[in-house]
Design a protein around this ligand. Structure first.
Ligand SMILES: C=C(OP(=O)(O)O)C(=O)O
Ligand SMILES: [Mg+2]
Length: 574
């Protein structure tokens, strides 16, 4: 039966394809006594063989798509499967205790896991514990006859359905086959939504119930521009979605024409349109969408894509590649912003009640300065390859900025003493994403070279509304006068000290917000690369004096976000 579901439109685009449920199956079982031990041993051996076949296939695919070194983790898993000590312990457990294979497997692997996890001074063995956990899940799935989903193995066109997608799940999606994704939870500024926009995968988040409605293989039609999902679309609805997909493709072709054009308003004022990236691979999208700079390189993805802390040289290579790829255009590299919805297993952060308000980003870096210094050295060494700007995330106080800057200066002095060349022209700035910093932006402006407003966090902290929680997503209100006042304060404080102010939160590419931000005099707009051309097209139609009048009116006369939207529509109507 046809069913229409509404969610939060998270990434533009339209898709029609079969559903692929990316959902972990239930692996619970009962411990049972079994007389036919040989029968259980045979079940175990079959499950081990099937798991080996799976892992072999997954490994081959990983070599093909990610390369030999990324595929090594599967070698470790295969080794666990063929470890004679472990396999024979499970078999003996089945025979000696007359239990079912599931329970014998779990007893033995749990014992190995706790033994390895207890080896605190041996990180290598601790990682083996994680491998055993993964492999146990796979063997159990075969014993129980359920399927473990594996997004990396998708080889036909599908729409992924999930309760939630982590940033690392999202990074694994192959856009050749994954035509869209739809989740139960999440908000427009959760990192999986942000990544969907850079991968150009249409996405809808926060539908609350997609996973309980849609079965594997159900036909779906997804409109990521409006946030509509149709389950089992009729022929007529399919035609309607196909027509919308064509209109969207035509619109994109129109925007494409502006790829090499200047970003200027109707009265000839230039604004810098920059892109947000997560990895050096994203540069392709920045160039093809005519980005004038990189306004935010989220370096934490470099850490998240790696099984252990990336070395100074590995980081140096990544940063140099981005600086060189941009051919002298500015590149704002943000130091590691881990925490919140971005997890780093090997950092072993404690579980927190409120991870977005907890131990994250600069707070971790100032505490674990060994790790931070490595990143700063890599950045300083890379600085000779282009126009580097270093940005610290989640700054709440001036002391934090000063401490981070002092570490940077120390590492710079050390490198120079060692005879390593470092650029003399590195701007050092901060993200404004904590209201405390926005309020005293005038103080910060005396010490930093630039600001970049991180509205994804600034809005969640100002409105006290978790950016991941669809139940409070109505409070993600970029046009609320409270937010506009904070932004105005930041821009004016920067300009009073002759500094520049940019924005790298999703608001910078929001088509209702852009006229207001032009009116407030924001200097740089950094967004998902896929939003650049439509923003350039919009700016061509704006007059700065008129937008300035609009912004002042919105801030002084409007009471609510809705009133601001109505005013913007009035000022931008042609
Ligand atoms: C750009 C921002 O950083 P992130 O989305 O990575 O938290 C922000 O908070 O607006
Ligand atoms: Mg942030």
């Amino acid at each position: 039966m046809t069913e229409l579901l509404k969610g939060i439109a998270a990434s533009d685009g339209i898709a029609i394809a079969k559903a692929y449920r990316l959902i972990q199956p239930d692996l619970s079982f009962d411990k049972k006594s079994v007389d036919d031990s040989e029968g259980e041993v045979k079940r175990l051996k079959d499950a081990l063989q099937k798991s080996t076949d799976d892992l072999q296939k997954i490994r081959d695919k990983a070599v093909e798509t990610l390369g030999e070194s990324e595929a090594q983790v599967f070698d470790a898993h295969l080794m666990v499967l063929s470890d004679p000590e472990m396999v024979s312990s499970i078999e003996s457990n089945i025979r000696d205790n007359k239990v079912n294979a599931e329970s014998a497997l779990k007893d033995v692997t749990d014992m190995f896991i706790s033994m390895f996890e207890g080896m605190h001074d041996n990180p290598y063995m601790q990682e083996r514990a994680a491998d055993i956990k993964d492999v146990t899940k796979r063997i159990l799935s075969h014993l129980l006859g359920v399927t473990l989903p594996n997004p990396a193995m998708i080889d036909e066109e599908v729409i992924v359905i999930a309760h939630d997608l982590t940033p690392s799940d999202t990074a694994q999606l192959d856009r050749k086959y994954v035509k869209a994704f739809v989740t139960d939870i999440g908000g427009r500024t959760s990192h999986s939504a942000i990544m969907a926009r850079s991968l150009e995968i249409p996405a809808i988040v926060g539908t609350e119930k997609i996973t309980s409605i849609v079965k594997e293989g159900d036909m779906l039609a997804v409109n990521g521009i409006e946030g509509d999902v149709i389950v089992h679309p009729s022929d007529e609805q399919t035609k309607d979605f196909q027509a919308k997909a064509k209109a969207f493709a035509d619109q994109k072709a129109e925007w494409e024409k502006l790829k090499n054009a200047q970003t200027v308003t109707a009265d000839g004022k230039h604004f810098e349109l920059a892109a947000n990236i997560g990895t050096p691979k994203d540069l392709e999208g920045v160039i093809s969408n005519g980005g004038e700079a990189v306004g935010l390189y989220r370096t934490e993805f470099l850490y998240m894509d790696s099984p252990d802390f990336p070395t100074e040289d590995e980081q140096y290579k990544a940063y140099s590649a981005v600086l060189e790829g941009m051919e002298g255009k500015p590149v704002v590299v943000r130091t590691m912003d881990i925490g919140g919805d971005k997890e780093l297993p090997y950092l072993k952060l404690p579980h927190e009640m409120n991870p977005f308000l907890g131990y994250r980003a600069i707070r971790v870096c100032l505490d674990r300065d060994d790790m931070f210094r490595t990143q700063l050295r890599a950045l300083l060494r890379a600085s000779v390859h282009g126009q580097l700007r270093i940005m610290f995330p989640m700054i709440a106080t001036l002391q934090e900025f000063r401490a981070a800057k002092a570490l940077l200066d120390e590492e710079k002095a050390k490198l120079e003493k060692e005879g390593t060349k470092v650029s003399d022209n590195i701007q050092v700035g901060i993200m404004i994403e904590i209201p405390a910093a926005a309020v005293i932006a005038d103080k910060f402006a005396k010490e930093v070279d630039f600001f970049s407003v991180g509205t994804n966090d600034l809005i969640q902290y100002t409105m006290a509304a978790d950016r991941m929680n669809e139940k409070v997503s109505y409070l993600y209100q970029p046009y609320n006068p409270s937010i506009l006042r904070l932004i105005k304060n930041v821009i004016e404080s920067a300009h009073a000290e002759g500094k520049w102010a940019g924005m790298c939160g999703e608001m910078a590419g929001d088509q209702i917000a852009v006229p207001l931000l032009v009116g407030l005099g924001l200097d740089e707009f950094s967004m998902s690369a896929t939003s650049i051309l439509k923003t350039r097209s919009l700016m061509k139609r704006l007059d700065t004096a008129k937008m300035s009048e609009l912004a002042q009116k919105a801030i002084n006369e409007c009471d609510t976000a809705d009133e601001v939207v109505a005013l913007v529509n009035e000022y931008t109507a042609e």
